[in-house]
Every structure is written in structure tokens, then in C-alpha cells.
Design a protein around this ligand. Structure first.
Ligand code: FES
Ligand code: FES
Length: 193
């Protein structure tokens, strides 16, 4: 049956059975394939989207539970040009590995920052229950802390120079101890009070 829902700022009509999980409405009916299928039983978080700003696991959220007035936001609608603080921090720290879990992870982390602008590691550990098979949890925590500073205006992006954007086939080696320092400062600079 046809139903109107609000997705990424647009009112759209979908023709799907009422029992269809939102995940499949987004992916199959609206071609918003950034939201991923992982477990299908609300365990992994790969399918996380926002419903009125709250993170929900869309694989178990039936179309029947959504009203026309509720606002759904997917990874495609999180920001206009991928400049949400979480997205900026993820790019600066190379947070994803394979990337499969990361659209759900980013949506969960963005919702956390909306409700808690400066979360502690304990806050993050208890709130972000998304599963990453690649084990990016440490970089996710670092990314949330950096995103909190970006969102608060304490850190801003440096201009990239032409050398930084050049690609090379050469394999580069680096000191991992220096790398964490470098990764948190390379693309961002402190804003002095
Ligand atoms: S696919 Fe929805 S929680 Fe895993
Ligand atoms: S980055 Fe590979 S599953 Fe999370």
C-alpha cells in the first residue's frame, strides 16, 4: 500500500507492505543504499538511521510504525557536503577500515553528540553499541572526541596543500607512536582562546 514518509527533508511516497522494515524501504524502494544490512535482528547497528533525531535500527522498524510527521534522516542526508563534525573527524583520522559498518556507526555517533556534546569514554562505551568487525572502536572513540571539539569550534580544518592531495604508488612507512600524534593534529589546528 502507498504511504507518505519524510526522508532527508523530502516527503516521498512508497508502495510497500506495512510490515516492511524501514531498512528495505530505504534501500529497495528509495535507493538509499548507504544504510547497510548486517544482522537483521537489531544487534549490529549497521542499519542505524535517525527518526526525529533519535538513532533507530531500521532493520526491525516496520513501515507501519512511522507516521508522515516523523523525520527520517539517513547517512545521505546527515549533511549537505559530508561536513558534519563526525564526518570531518572520520576523514581526518581515517576511522573506517572496510567501511561496511560505518554509515550506521556515524549515524549513532552523530546522535550521541546531539544529546551529549562532550561524551566521556564511558559515555561512548555505554551508548555506542554498534559492532565493527574490523575493530575500529579505538578510532571511533578518538573520532567522537575530535568531532566534539570541531562541533564546539575548538578545532578547525587546515587548508590542504597540493602535496597533501597528490597520490603515489610508493609504500610509505611510519612510526606508529608518532602517527597517533600526527593523526590528531595533521588536518586540524587548535583554536586559541
Ligand atoms: S542490520 Fe540492523 S542492527 Fe544489524
Ligand atoms: S570498518 Fe569494517 S566492519 Fe567496521
Amino acid at each position: 500500500m502507498a504511504k507518505k514518509i519524510h526522508v532527508n527533508g523530502k516527503l516521498v511516497t512508497v508502495s510497500a507492505d506495512d510490515a516492511t522494515p524501514l531498512l528495505w524501504v530505504l534501500r529497495e524502494h528509495l535507493e538509499l543504499t548507504g544504510t547497510k544490512f548486517g544482522c537483521g535482528i537489531a544487534q549490529c547497528g549497521a542499519c542505524t538511521v535517525h527518526l526525529d533525531g533519535q538513532p533507530v535500527r531500521s532493520c526491525v522498524y516496520p513501515l507501519s510504525a512511522i507516521t508522515e510527521n516523523q523525520k527520517i534522516t539517513t547517512i545521505e542526508g546527515l549533511s549537505e557536503d559530508t561536513n558534519h563534525p563526525i564526518q570531518q573527524a572520520w576523514a581526518a583520522l581515517d576511522t573506517p577500515q572496510c567501511g561496511y559498518c560505518q554509515s550506521g556507526m556515524i549515524m549513532a555517533c552523530a546522535a550521541l553528540l546531539d544529546s551529549n556534546p562532550n561524551p566521556s569514554d564511558d559515555d561512548i562505551n555505554s551508548t555506542i553499541t554498534n559492532i565493527c568487525r574490523c575493530g575500529t572502536f579505538q578510532r571511533v572513540r578518538e573520532g567522537i572526541h575530535l568531532a566534539a571539539e570541531i562541533k564546539a569550534g575548538k578545532k578547525v580544518a587546515k587548508e590542504m596543500n597540493s602535496e597533501q592531495t597528490e597520490t603515489t604508488n610508493a609504500v610509505e612507512f611510519f612510526d606508529p607512536n608518532a602517527a597517533s600524534e600526527q593523526s590528531s593534529n595533521a588536518l586540524y589546528t587548535e583554536v586559541k582562546a
